[in-house]
Design a protein around this ligand. Structure first.
Ligand code: KIV
Ligand code: ZN
Length: 388
């Protein structure tokens, strides 16, 4: 039986930290409802102490979302945890997500704390949060650059203190799939009772490996993946939810894992986010880009017309698109051309088809894409007889 990987969506928190992607309360609530329809397991609704607006968003989402766990971020400080709880108390399934950095570089230059002080703070703040709710996530910020023995110690102690989820972030997008696999595997083999909690991963995309690193971690035993719609987030963004989910879904044979995501809601979620923020995705973006299911080359189109699985590893329908796109351009061949004409209602004789195809090939050298109206113009201009 394949194992279920929990999807922790942080579009409303880490995603919102991406320049140009801030959202107001109404927009956050609309998106949270769509995340609920997408069936994510956890919605990180914001960072309650960050601003009065963020507090209101966390509170409103906690009051309105019933089918997902709702989380708020909090530094490992009593005042942050108090504020997170003040907003989260209305949630059916609240989670406090507290974090502190554990890498030498962060402890020395940012926190100005010794490893012993950081360990003590992590433990005491997990215990402090535990007085409010049972579901506590602890994140060791910059975990992938943390001394592995120290990371094991921190993880072991926060589990003892009551953490139900331990998150291993690749905060600066520095790790690689092999290395991250080894880190998660090492934790699994060396931390007592780690199998009693969820191991989460949270990967940034600075080297373009956030999704690959997340999936490598799943192979090593991670049970929760943190990600955002369209991969928005700090700097180069976070692991893209749609890529993680469809990666697991399409390669169940390899990962032996799946998620609870209703994949048909993916396109809608992506487009909703784009319309709210005004920040689009590149056309060749996996899963949700305009060209993700478009086929232009004649060889590909010919294969697709014969059998879709020749060039389609997942169907557009599975992510909520009604159909794939056969783009007619200079690489397209006769098969796709004839097929499109038939769809438009033109059943041409062989001679007429030859003549029209010749005109089409002249046109594609002048125009990047040929639309249906161009085809109609070719047929009309050439006075090709249209059989009734
Ligand atoms: O990237 C990161 O380390 C974070 C933590 C707060 C989880 O966003
Ligand atoms: Zn992050």
């Amino acid at each position: 039986m394949s194992k279920k990987i929990k999807i922790f969506d942080t579009t409303l928190r880490d995603g919102e930290q991406s320049p140009g992607c801030t959202m107001n309360l109404k927009e956050k609530l609309v998106l949270a409802k769509q995340l609920e329809a997408l069936n994510v397991d956890i919605i990180e609704s914001g960072f309650a102490i960050a601003s009065p607006g963020d507090f209101e968003s966390v509170k409103t989402i906690a009051q309105n979302i019933k089918n997902c766990t709702v989380a708020s971020l909090a530094r490992a400080l009593p005042k942050d945890i108090d504020r997170a709880w003040e907003a989260l108390q209305y949630a059916s399934n609240p989670r406090i997500h507290t974090f502190i950095a554990t890498s030498d570089i962060h402890m020395k230059y940012k926190l100005r704390m010794s490893p012993e002080e950081v360990l003590e703070r992590a433990v005491s703040m997990v215990k402090y949060a535990k007085k409010y709710c049972s579901d506590i996530e602890f994140s060791a910020e910059d975990a992938s650059r943390t001394n592995l023995d120290f990371l094991c110690k921190v993880v072991e102690e926060v589990i003892k203190a009551g953490a139900t989820v331990v998150n291993i972030p690749d905060t600066v997008g520095y790790t690689t799939p092999d290395e991250f696999f080894k880190i998660i595997n090492h934790l699994k083999l060396n931390v007592p009772n780690i199998d009693k909690i969820d191991i989460s991963v949270h990967c940034h995309n600075d080297l373009g490996m956030a999704v690959a690193n997340s999936l490598a971690a799943v192979r090593a035993g991670a049970t929760q993946v943190e990600c955002t719609i369209n991969g928005i987030g700090e700097r180069a963004g976070n692991a893209a939810l749609e890529e993680v989910v469809m990666g697991l879904n399409t390669r169940k044979d390899f990962f032996n894992a799946d998620t609870n995501i209703i994949t048909k809601e993916i396109t809608k979620s992506s487009r909703l986010l784009t319309s709210i923020t005004g920040v689009g995705v590149q056309p060749n973006k996996a899963i949700v880009g305009a060209n993700a299911f478009a086929h232009e080359s004649g060889i590909h189109q010919h294969g697709m017309l014969a059998e879709r699985s020749t060039y389609e590893i997942m169907t557009p329908e599975s992510v909520g698109l009604s159909t794939n796109k056969m783009v007619l351009g200079k690489h397209s061949g006769r098969h796709a051309f004839e097929d499109r004409l038939k769809t438009l209602g033109f059943n041409l004789s062989k001679e007429d088809l030859d003549a029209a195809f010749e005109q089409f090939k002249i046109l594609v050298d002048k125009k990047k894409t040929v639309y249906d109206k161009d085809l109609e113009a070719i047929i009309t201009k050439e006075s090709i007889s249209i059989p009734q």
